[in-house]
Design a protein around this ligand. Structure first.
Ligand code: MN
Length: 233
């Protein structure tokens, strides 16, 4: 009886706490490591489970931790979404650029991959834009592979939608990306980005970056690329 009497006020109190937490949490929230959207071994054999685990649980986690460590000295970070941060990265120190870029780049990287056979196909709209900008999907892939293989040292290859609506291939050094307001960056909305840092492939492919790139196409999550293309238009 006592329990039944207490239950209603207790539930009311708990609901209030949850509502308050919901209201205040965004202002306090640090950047968070998103979980992989599939099991670590789901991309085998193209990307092995050990590489995926180290890449996500250590490398990506370190970018998130290092970005959060920058909040104390850069309190503006608290009020910015990760995506908004990219577009004004130029006013922050290089540690924010490297780790904020690393966090955004890897978050998109996991999402544009899917287990083999589960990534779907390019939408009719995307395919029309690809044909208009590159002539064919094969031509896009060939240009993309050159950008990815030709990036000296560490960086990323990107397919972007430019402000004029056309598609283009570009590449960035380190953890930069095409959203960043930095000199020397070809800006646009990233539709997909490929990590060509050695940590992304060295355990399985060693120095054979082109083999990693070729295998990676089998993992492409076209469903997500289609979504990004539709959202960018
Ligand atoms: Mn990486």
């Amino acid at each position: 009886m006592l329990i039944r009497m207490l239950m209603k006020p207790l539930l009311t109190f708990l609901s209030l706490v949850l509502v308050l937490l919901g209201l205040v949490a965004p202002a306090w929230a640090d950047f968070a490591l998103p979980p992989l959207p599939y099991a670590a071994d789901a991309l085998e054999p193209a990307i092995d489970a050990t590489t995926m685990t180290i890449h996500h649980d250590r490398h990506h986690a370190a970018y998130v931790a290092n970005l959060n460590a920058q909040i104390a000295t850069n309190p503006d970070l608290k009020s910015l979404s990760l995506e908004a941060l990219q577009t004004q990265i130029g006013r922050f120190p290089v540690a924010v650029r490297n780790n904020g870029g690393g966090h955004w780049n890897h978050s998109q990287f996991w999402s544009v991959m899917a287990p083999q056979g589960q990534g779907g196909e390019p939408s009719a709209e995307l395919l029309a834009a690809i044909n208009s900008s590159f002539g064919s999907l094969e031509a896009l892939q060939s240009q993309f592979n050159q950008a990815a293989a030709g990036r000296f040292g560490s960086g990323w290859a990107w397919l972007i939608r430019k402000p004029d609506g056309s598609l283009a291939i570009t590449s960035t050094a380190n953890q930069d990306n095409p959203l960043m307001d930095l000199p020397g960056i070809e800006r646009g909305t990233p539709l997909l980005g490929l990590d060509v840092w050695e940590h992304a492939y060295y355990l399985k492919y060693q120095n054979r970056r082109p083999d990693y790139i070729a295998a990676w196409w089998s993992l492409l999550n076209w469903n997500e690329v289609n979504r990004r293309f539709a959202a960018a238009a």
